[in-house]
Write a protein of this length. Structure first.
Length: 411
């Protein structure tokens, strides 16, 4: 399949098009029209990077290189590439991902929950509000809408929310604990247009996992959810997190083996970040040596399993190695987060609010974020793991405050 990519929102590339073709697991490109040597090089390098990674899945029409990115080639991926070039080449920050909380409720009481501290007395966004927010995100050029919680499967109108995401413009994902992912619900989500599901896991040991989750049978629920989602035709990822201690114990090796046995497409490994119930637990935070060990495990596992599953580590974006130099901290860069109560935050892990979608359009909140002193400059490292940023904006939040905290009260 061939798709001609255009860049209508980039004046510098107004007369340039890229012919993108799937050829097996590779994606071939041909650049047409006047294009500077630098821009030609960057576009070619972008596709070469993904070709080197290798596809994790093939649809009837294209290759999937990551669950977070639309398949190559596609109109949705054309939009994502355009947003990437606008942000990284032409230095006009343009997000291509938004995580949207659709429920503050959850059956679990996880020791690492990043959503802890959010008020229970404020109503969650209505169906109409979520659909409006999704539409505003799409109008901004976003190509990845991810519904989070709490637990999104507790929301009965989740399929309606998913249908609001046009599949020709964006992919839609959910992060879930998986306990309500029955065979019937998985089919319903797929029929609504869901691209993939990320299911959280803390340990391959049932006793340890269930203890960290605060619920018996949690690991079995994950296994059942994976099977049901795969049978429904959804892409399936597992998500976990690692503390410094877990890195030295090489904990992701066993989880990656589970992924291989269960036919999971992708494993996402988040850093243990001092937020939510982990706030203040500094001993868990990764340091330079533990990051090196984690990245080494990441490389070894992808070689071992030949990227099936693909192992993706958040800590990679804190380095300047290879393609990571173009990414850095995602907040106020490539993504933002909206809580179930409508608060606009830089990312899922940041307990700071720049306003509420019930009062201000999403684009205005994004623009406000971009000019804030804490976010207006590119940050190579995750701000929530940066000592100076935390000292100014996180550790000064009152202990009894509802989260996310209005950043105006800190400024």
């Amino acid at each position: 399949m061939k798709v001609e990519y255009g860049f209508p929102n980039i004046p510098e590339l107004a007369n340039v098009s890229v012919i993108v073709e799937r050829r097996g697991e590779k994606t071939l490109t041909s650049i047409l029209g006047p294009c500077s040597t630098l821009h030609r090089f960057i576009i070619k390098r972008y596709f070469a990077f993904h070709n080197k990674l290798g596809a994790i899945y093939q649809t009837d029409t294209g290759n999937v290189y990551s669950m977070y990115i639309p398949e190559f080639p596609s109109l949705a991926h054309n939009r994502m590439l355009e947003a990437f070039l606008i942000s990284k080449v032409f230095k006009r920050p343009a997000p291509f991902a938004a995580t949207i909380g659709v429920s503050a409720k959850c059956q679990f009481h996880c020791v690492h929950c990043s959503a802890a501290g959010r008020p229970a007395n404020i109503p969650e966004m209505s169906t109409a509000e979520i659909k409006r927010v999704v539409g505003e995100c799409i109008d901004m050029g976003i190509t990845n809408i991810t519904f989070t919680g709490g637990e999104p499967l507790l929301r009965e109108d989740l399929e309606t929310c998913i249908r609001a995401v046009p599949t020709e413009k964006a992919v839609c994902l959910i992060f879930t604990n998986g306990q309500l992912m029955t065979a019937e619900r998985a089919k319903s989500l797929k029929a609504a247009g869901l691209f993939g599901v990320h299911i959280s896991i803390d340990s391959p040991d049932p006793e340890i996992n269930d203890g960290l989750r605060g619920a018996r049978g949690a690991l079995k629920g994950v296994r059942d959810a994976v099977e049901n989602a795969r049978n429904a035709g959804l892409l399936v990822g597992l998500s976990t997190y690692v503390t410094k201690q877990a890195v030295y114990l090489h904990s992701i090796r066993e989880i990656a083996e589970l992924c291989s046995q269960w036919g999971v497409n992708e494993l996402t490994v988040f850093d243990a970040i001092q937020t939510g119930r982990l706030n203040g637990l500094k001993t868990h935070q990764l340091n330079r040596l533990s990051r090196f060990v984690l990245l080494r495990d990441n490389w070894v596992l992808n070689r071992k399993y030949k990227n099936k599953p693909r192992v993706v580590t958040q800590t990679w974006t804190n380095t300047a190695w290879g393609f990571a130099r173009y990414i850095g901290c995602l907040a106020a860069n490539l993504q933002f987060h909206i809580t179930a109560q409508g608060d606009f935050a830089p990312c899922d892990f940041t307990p700071l609010s720049f306003g509420n979608i019930r009062e201000t359009p999403v684009k205005e909140l994004w623009d406000k974020l971009l000019v804030h002193p804490g976010y207006k400059s590119f940050s190579q490292k995750c701000r929530m793991q940066d000592k100076s940023f935390r000292g100014k904006y996180i550790e000064t939040i009152p202990e009894d405050a509802d989260l996310p905290y209005n950043i105006r009260l800190l400024d």
